[in-house]
Ligand binder design. Structure first.
Ligand SMILES: Cc1ncc(COP(=O)(O)O)c(C=O)c1O
Length: 428
């Protein structure tokens, strides 16, 4: 199929709200950090299918384990059958996740894991209110949009959303909601949680949900003290903490889980994206006490814990452990960040460079610090023209996102930064 026909067919046959004037590559194959389109052009993939193929495309170990499982069986359903490989994965997750996280419910997407976590937090506490962050993103289902703190994604004509959700200020130091500087700010954003709880509609708060680093919101990294302060407040009100690791999980930030950078133990954790290096599966892992609160009939997903995806996930975690992938990503991230910070020194368009590991954000600004939205859009397209795929995020869309497969080489990082510099020069 040629590209023109494909584009027409996409318009005619796919329901999508993500059409772009410069169509992205039509992928024929992908390997490692390279995506090849149907016209034979190679692209350096610095977005990993939105932070999914952390081990690179077509990792050998993952592929072999998945094929091995395909030859045994592809689907049953853990409702009427026992699925040993999914149980093996649940045991592994209990082992690698922090603190007392122990029992897992498997779904297919990040949103589904979060729906599960929200239900479990309500069921286990008997309370119903939820607190999330401004700038957060937790998915596109109605429940997950309800806890997403971005008006652009919570369009009014698809609501109403869940009531009983309150939003706390994001720890967005570059655009501090209190107009303060770190550390003199005394981490006001974390302390303010107390007020949000106090003034929530009936003060019946079941859970606080937060990404350890806000991804779609523009790679926002909380100050180290944030979670320590938040934990004290949450504990005093018996509110469960849900760490949404959908985007930060599986080595992306330089640790297996982003929350490992902070001093807090979540009671629920949601995982998807990088969990199986591209095979669809998600997990909501909770303490035993919370996990046991579901009663018969409370929750189910037909495809949840798919055996092929479970095999791929076990192989993904094994590969990460055997080859120290998160630790290597941390080191590469430090170097990449340094290079990007040097670019910032030479280009006023770059207002901030932030992130951990290979979850990096470059916030573009105009003179008055206004978000440089059009410039960000242009750079993503220019980079595509230079055969490099990067992402974009932030509440107004002014943050470039660099989230490559964690196996990216230093040479490739240098290549990316040279091309980015070319784009910045062309925009001057
Ligand atoms: C932090 C976070 N949570 C949840 C989701 C939703 O995941 P999915 O698209 O798999 O439903 C995303 C997706 O980008 C995410 O970044």
């Amino acid at each position: 199929m040629d590209k023109k026909n494909l584009e027409r067919d996409i318009e005619d046959y796919l329901i999508t709200s993500m059409l772009d004037e410069l169509p992205p590559p039509a992928v024929a194959e992908a390997e490692g950090t390279t995506v090849t389109d149907i016209e034979g052009d190679d692209y350096l993939d610095c977005f990993s299918g939105i932070s999914v193929t952390n081990l690179g495309h077509r990792n050998d170990r993952v592929e072999e384990r998945a094929i091995e499982q395909i030859k045994k069986y592809v689907h049953v359903c853990d409702y009427k059958y026992q699925v040993p490989i999914a149980v093996e994965l649940a045991k592994k997750l209990a082992d690698v996740t922090p603190g007392d996280l122990q029992k897992t419910f498997f779904g297919n997407s990040g949103a589904e894991a979060i729906e599960t976590a929200l239900k479990l937090s309500r069921k286990s506490t008997g309370k119903h209110e939820l607190i999330a962050l401004m700038c957060s993103f937790h998915g596109r289902t109605l429940g997950t949009l309800s806890v997403t703190g971005q008006a652009a994604r919570r369009r009014y004509d698809m609501g109403p959303y869940l009531s009983s959700v309150s939003f706390a200020p994001a720890p967005y130091c570059f655009r501090c909601p209190f107009d303060k500087e770190y550390p003199e700010c005394d981490i006001n954003c974390a302390r303010f949680l107390e007020h949000v709880i106090e003034y929530s509609s009936s003060n019946e708060v079941a859970a606080f949900i937060m990404e350890p680093i806000l991804g779609e919101g523009g790679i926002i990294v909380p100050p180290t003290e944030y979670f320590e302060i938040a934990e004290d407040i949450l504990d005093s009100k018996e509110i469960k903490f849900i760490a949404d690791e959908v985007q930060t999980g599986f080595g992306r930030t330089g640790r297996l889980f982003g929350i490992e950078y902070f001093d807090i133990e979540p009671e629920l954790m949601t995982m998807a994206k990088g969990i199986a290096n591209g095979f669809p599966i998600s997990a909501c892992t909770a303490t035993s006490e919370i996990g046991d609160s579901f009663e018969p009939g409370d929750h189910l997903s037909t495809f949840g814990g798919n055996p092929v995806s479970a095999a791929a996930s076990l192989a993904t975690i094994e590969e990460m452990e055997k080859n120290n992938i998160p630790q290597k990503a941390e080191k590469k991230g430090v170097k990449a960040r340094k290079i990007l910070e040097e670019l910032k020194d030479d280009h006023e368009l770059i207002g901030d460079v932030r992130g951990k590991g290979l979850m990096l954000g470059i916030e573009l600004v105009r003179d008055d610090k206004a978000p440089a939205v059009e410039e960000a859009e242009k750079i993503v397209k220019m980079m595509r023209g230079k055969k490099i795929l990067i992402g974009k995020g932030g509440v107004s869309g002014s943050v470039l996102r660099v989230q490559p497969p964690l196996i990216i080489t230093e040479e490739e990082i240098n290549f990316l930064s040279r091309k980015l510099e070319d784009c910045l020069n062309e925009l001057r």
